[in-house]
Design a protein around this ligand. Structure first.
Ligand code: ZN
Length: 104
């Protein structure tokens, strides 16, 4: 099963992989994207079923950002409870903060 790439400019990229059609009727065509059953495997990304690469994904985001935000607007910030941070002073040249999430 395949999807067409949803990148709005996919069919305008002047590269070999977009060239389709018979001699005299050549076109640059939107890429076909192989559909993979959603899985928990580390390599699986849902967007890969709908876009041929990250460039097409980001061009879609640029074009449709208002609609995307309308799907899940954030009107208030979110918070993750943490323990009081402590300063890590083991290294004299570089100090960092230990930030640990509280387990609920
Ligand atoms: Zn594409």
């Amino acid at each position: 099963m395949y999807n067409w790439c949803h990148g709005p400019n996919c069919h305008t990229k002047q590269i070999q992989s977009r060239v389709r059609g018979s001699k005299g009727n050549k076109v640059l065509r939107t890429m076909k994207v192989k559909y993979n059953e959603p899985s928990d495997r580390y390599w699986f990304r849902h967007w890969c079923n709908y876009f041929c690469n990250q460039n097409c994904l980001m061009e879609f985001v640029e074009k449709h950002i208002q609609g995307m935000i309308a799907l899940a607007p954030r009107r208030e910030p979110l918070e993750t409870p943490i323990k009081d941070p402590t300063k890590n002073t083991d290294n004299h040249y570089y100090s960092s903060w230990n930030i640990e999430k509280k387990v609920s």
